[in-house]
Design a protein around this ligand. Structure first.
Ligand SMILES: Nc1ncnc2c1ncn2[C@@H]1O[C@H](COP(=O)(O)OP(=O)(O)OP(=O)(O)O)[C@@H](O)[C@H]1O
Ligand SMILES: CC(=O)N[C@H]1[C@@H]2OC[C@@H](O2)[C@@H](O)[C@@H]1O[C@H](C)C(=O)O
Length: 371
């Protein structure tokens, strides 16, 4: 029996996530029994410094070795600092940083030492969420869908909706809250839609030394180059049926498709590629959702949001419009999933990662003396 937390009842979980954008670590409290959400609590953010970000960037694509070890140190330090700001919680969920993801080949690789973090925080820590799903033949991502299902129930929604995370990579969860549980076939369909902000960020970095196209200001003055957009949509990824997932750099060559364009046209075209990947992906939804709820940093980009509004057949809203926190949803997701793991509940299903049967996963590390 797992003694990380009590077997039943509502607990406070602290989730922490370091996403593909490499901007920083988000941490947030969620109150849950592993099935339902009862409330959300404190949140915090710790930005990576420029030099830390460079170490992480150097580690991307590696499956171990010195660069990965250096990245792991940055991840461990940043998480320990940020999560130490919290004390009132029962268990933590630690996603770590994905350095590489190729579920059908080498697997999936998140750095970060959950056992060490548990010692530092003096709390049970759940980590390595993705490996078991991949070992069972799943994509290992996305994992937020079970949390999205719980959010839809928390919001008392009674029609299908989509959660659309616009991070470095985009991922979509179709949720049908008319089902009782997330495990039931048909309750969830999820997949990565394509690159979201990562190519635009890379373009801004390469051409202007900027981290992002803040407010879509560069893209706003540009014209979408339809030839490049068509070449992008011809990528075999878009004709694959979901579930399916991506590595951050799977589409890094997209930047070459806009190489000849001026900054504004290039940014507009890469932004349009993100929206087009989502529109393409939406065709896989079993029913037209009542709305798309956008979360992640891309929802702050009005150019991207406008492109989505034009290309999707249903309203597109920020999750804030229904009372959720779009900067913290992924961190909350890993807090929620930590409780599921600790209580032996599954965290993915055939409809979310393509795994052959519902599967749990994750390692539970307990601080010394608390076994
Ligand atoms: N004001 C803004 N204007 C335009 N883009 C923005 C703005 N704020 C954030 N973004 C974009 O959102 C990105 C960060 O998004 P987010 O924090 O959701 O990513 P992530 O969680 O690291 O990625 P993933 O979900 O793929 O793991 C930034 O790198 C930037 O591209
Ligand atoms: C392998 C990996 O880390 N994937 C991330 C990434 O970032 C967005 C998208 O690609 C999604 O599949 C996933 O993260 C979210 C939190 C998830 O697992 O739901």
């Amino acid at each position: 029996m797992n003694k990380a937390i009590s077997k039943t009842g509502v607990v406070k979980a602290l989730g922490a996530m370091s996403g593909t954008s490499l901007d920083g670590v988000d941490a947030a409290i969620v109150e849950t029994d592993g099935a339902h959400i009862y409330g959300f609590g404190e949140t915090a953010y710790r930005q990576y410094s420029q030099s830390e970000r460079e170490v992480l960037r150097a580690g991307l694509g590696s499956w171990g070795g010195d660069v990965a070890e250096a990245a792991a140190k940055v991840v461990d330090t940043a998480h320990a600092e940020l999560m130490s700001e919290f004390s009132d919680y029962d268990i933590a969920g630690f996603h770590g940083q994905t350095l590489a993801h190729a579920p059908r080949h080498q697997g999936t690789y998140q750095v970060g030492d959950g056992a060490g973090l548990s010692q530092k925080l003096g709390k049970p820590v759940v980590w390595d969420f993705r490996s078991d799903d991949v070992a069972m033949g799943g994509e290992g991502a996305p994992l937020a869908p079970f949390f999205h299902f719980a959010c839809a129930k928390f919001l008392k929604l009674d029609q299908p909706v989509c959660f659309l995370n616009l991070g470095g990579v985009g991922n979509l969860t179709y949720v049908d809250p008319r089902f009782d549980t997330a495990e039931e076939p048909g309750a969830l369909l999820a997949f990565d839609t394509g690159p979201a902000n990562a190519p635009v960020n890379d373009l801004m970095q390469a051409r202007l030394g900027l981290e992002m196209d803040t407010g879509g200001k560069v893209a706003m003055g540009g014209t979408v180059e339809t030839g490049a957009l068509e070449l992008f949509l011809a990528e075999p990824y878009f004709s694959r049926l979901p579930p399916k997932s991506l590595d951050r750099n799977d589409f890094s060559e997209m930047i070459d498709l806009v190489g000849e364009l001026n900054n504004a046209d290039a940014a507009a075209t890469l932004t349009a590629m993100c929206a087009a990947g989502v529109a393409q992906g939406m065709q896989h939804c079993p029913e037209q959702p009542a709305m798309v709820l956008a979360t992640g940093g891309g929802r702050h980009n009005p150019v991207l949001m406008q492109m989505l509004a034009v290309s999707l057949d249903c309203p597109v809203k920020s999750v804030e419009e229904v009372g959720l926190d779009g900067d913290m949803l992924e961190a909350q997701a890993f807090g929620y999933l930590a409780v599921r793991v600790a209580r032996g509940l599954v965290t993915s299903a055939p409809g979310t990662t393509g795994v052959s049967a519902c599967v749990g996963g994750g390692i539970v590390s307990l601080p010394t003396g608390k076994r």
